[in-house]
Write a protein that binds this ligand. Structure first.
Ligand code: ZN
Length: 295
């Protein structure tokens, strides 16, 4: 028997063993950084999480690196984020690795339509379909929805690794309690500003706004900055609503935001919907909204 044949036989035997006998943690790929936190909260040290869209990268236009595509051959689970890049890449990944389980943790969560404003009509060129409705992928900005996302993750991890199912269930229960108290804390903190509007560059906070009775007004829509007419309308709106702070995120240009801020004599504050430190980040957002500035 050649060494190669022995290797192949050994591999065949190993692949027949149930996953639970592996000492190695499950390699889980996720779309965006906050999901890494969710999978680790539930999976503990039985998971090793890789993130597709790194911090500071734009999940609406991301392209996985050749290295990431190669690493996916080692993955035991891919957790979708709903980010735009997945629409183009997941079919390719599926074709390459037909056995890779893919979990959509957002199933059953009713998705918001990305907020539209009058100004965006002037953006639509004839080549675009004006009836195209984009579903808002930023589901995780509502901690109660993260409870549902984490439940889906827990169920799938238990299925892939039944030996640790109880641990996943326990860890999920703990995380669920943390998220519930975070939600309660945010609700109380934001109660004084309920009904208020806030101005953001990229509309990533729709679910958060919905959860706490706030109104998100976006400068950018579908990745584009408004034209001069749109900007003027926004400035009028910001003045009417007495808004003096514009929230931006590091993945996007802050030029248009800075222009609006200058005109309304306001300030630009950076908030990141993709931050890995999930709970602390939402607290920062609440602080910024209550004080209109986190500093
Ligand atoms: Zn986004």
């Amino acid at each position: 028997m050649t060494l190669n044949l022995i290797k192949r036989l050994l591999l065949a035997v190993l692949t027949l063993l149930p996953l639970s006998l592996w000492a190695e943690p499950l390699m889980v790929f996720v779309g965006v950084p906050p999901q890494k936190t969710f999978v680790e909260k539930v999976g503990g040290n039985h998971v090793q999480v890789r993130v597709m869209v790194g911090l500071g990268q734009n999940p609406h236009s991301y392209e996985p690196s050749p290295r990431q595509i190669a690493d996916l051959s080692q993955a035991q689970l891919y957790v979708l984020s709903g980010a735009d890049f997945e629409a183009a890449w997941v079919p390719k990944i599926q074709a390459m690795y037909p056995k890779l389980p893919i979990l959509d943790p957002n199933v059953g969560i009713s998705r918001l339509i990305m907020v539209a404003h009058e100004h965006e009509h002037e953006q639509h060129s004839t080549s675009e379909n004006p009836h195209k409705k984009e579903l808002d992928p930023h589901v995780w900005t509502d901690p109660r929805l993260v409870i549902r996302i984490s439940k889906a993750i827990q169920k799938r991890l238990a299925l892939l690794d039944p030996a640790h199912a109880q641990e996943y269930a326990d860890r999920y229960a703990t995380f669920k309690a943390e998220l519930s108290s975070l939600d309660e804390e945010l609700r109380q903190r934001l109660a004084p500003v309920k009904g208020h509007s806030f101005l953001v560059f990229h509309p990533a906070w729709g679910y958060f706004a919905q959860a706490y009775g706030l109104h998100q007004v976006a400068i950018e829509y579908e990745g584009k900055s408004p034209g001069p007419k749109g900007l003027a309308a926004l400035i009028d709106q910001a003045r009417a609503l007495d808004i003096h702070t514009i929230f931006v995120q590091p993945q996007f240009s802050r030029q248009a935001a800075a222009k609006v801020a200058q005109t309304i004599q306001g300030q630009v504050v950076a908030l990141n919907p993709l931050a890995m430190d999930y709970a602390a980040n939402l607290r920062r957002v609440a602080d910024a909204l209550v004080g209109e500035a986190p500093q």
